[in-house]
Design a protein around this ligand. Structure first.
Ligand code: GTP
Ligand code: MG
Length: 294
């Protein structure tokens, strides 16, 4: 007799920097999505897959929802909201360390229509400024009767209970992915993301959102090393100098930190060849945004 399996799609949504990607990495037990303290780090719907005991959850991390007229923000918001309709569950992550305010109210209003499948997850309960009562009061006012969990994605506390609970509630259905797959991201996408994370982390003040990583080509050397060539694209000439740094030190650091982390992710070494290119106003360029944000 065929084994009965359960599977579900779980969208992870919330305001920028509430900890969605940290949560995804915590449930997957490894790095699937990049993380930084800069809001709107995530620019794509990123899948992380957890399979155990004949149950599979396909988590979909999304860009933080920020209501703004800017083209880039609009695109990011679209990507996030698109995931809601088809998801079996929606994990609405709320940052306990921040006053909910208008931005949070805007997001929760998008979710009310999906209420039966929304689960509220209060994150950052480890934070010195966490105020879970304030967050619970906010939820009670805007989305009454929603089920609420409290977790620390950073310290991986409360995460397993939530995972087990969703798995139990998942509908009976075949597995979407083979059991050993934990993400569906292409290697060249993951490489570009890791490079972008290192840029965000090293230059969080100087290059806020002006950067993307453009894939050029890759090949495998005889010894199995993957050689990746790409461009770090910025908006202005002055930013190019910042990314390169004095005597090329900054771009060298970005490359070395990325290569070190990529060595942990892939079963082969990755060598990066990075150039910096200026593309004025790329954030308003529909063609570039269409390639970048999907
Ligand atoms: N103290 C604490 N910090 C956390 C926790 N979860 C995430 N963070 C921090 O919050 C910041 C943002 O985390 P991300 O996981 O990138 O947040 P995100 O919601 O994916 O952000 P965007 O992709 O920009 O929307 C990082 O500095 C994380 O280390 C937590 O449980 N506790
Ligand atoms: Mg993120």
């Amino acid at each position: 007799m065929a084994v009965k399996t359960k599977s579900a799609f779980v969208a992870i949504v919330g305001r920028p920097s509430c900890g969605k990607s940290t949560f995804l990495n915590a449930v997957c037990g490894g790095k699937v999505a990049i993380v930084s303290s800069v809001p709107q780090t995530t620019r794509n719907a990123i899948r992380g897959i957890v399979t155990r005991d004949n149950a599979q959850l396909v988590f979909v991390d999304t860009p933080g929802i920020h209501d703004s007229e800017k083209k880039l923000n609009q695109k990011l918001k679209e990507i996030a909201l698109e995931q809601l309709k088809d998801a079996d569950f929606i994990l609405y992550i709320v940052d306990a360390a921040r006053e909910p305010g208008k931005e949070e109210a805007y997001i929760v209003k998008q979710l009310v229509q999906y209420q039966p499948k929304v689960i509220a997850v209060i994150n950052k309960i480890d934070h010195s400024r966490a105020d879970t009562i304030r967050t619970r009061n906010f939820l009670a006012e805007y989305i009454p009767n929603v089920q609420v969990y409290e977790i620390s994605a950073l310290e991986v506390k409360g995460v397993n209970e939530l995972l087990v609970d969703i798995m139990q509630r998942a509908p009976e259905c075949p597995l979407y992915y083979p059991e050993d797959v934990y993400t569906d991201q292409e290697p060249v996408f993951r490489i570009a993301e890791i490079i972008r994370e290192k840029i965000f982390r090293n230059l969080r003040e100087e290059i806020p959102h002006a950067v993307f990583v453009e894939y050029e080509q890759h090949h495998f050397q005889k010894d199995g090393t993957l050689v990746y060539s790409g461009n770090i694209v910025v908006e202005r000439e002055s930013q190019k100098g910042i990314v390169i740094g004095a005597a090329g030190k900054m771009i060298q650091r970005i490359r070395e930190e990325s290569e070190k982390e990529l060595a942990l992710i892939f079963p082969y070494a990755v060598k990066l060849s990075l150039q910096v290119r200026v593309e004025p106003n790329w954030k308003k360029n529909d063609k570039i945004l269409a390639i970048l944000i999907q």
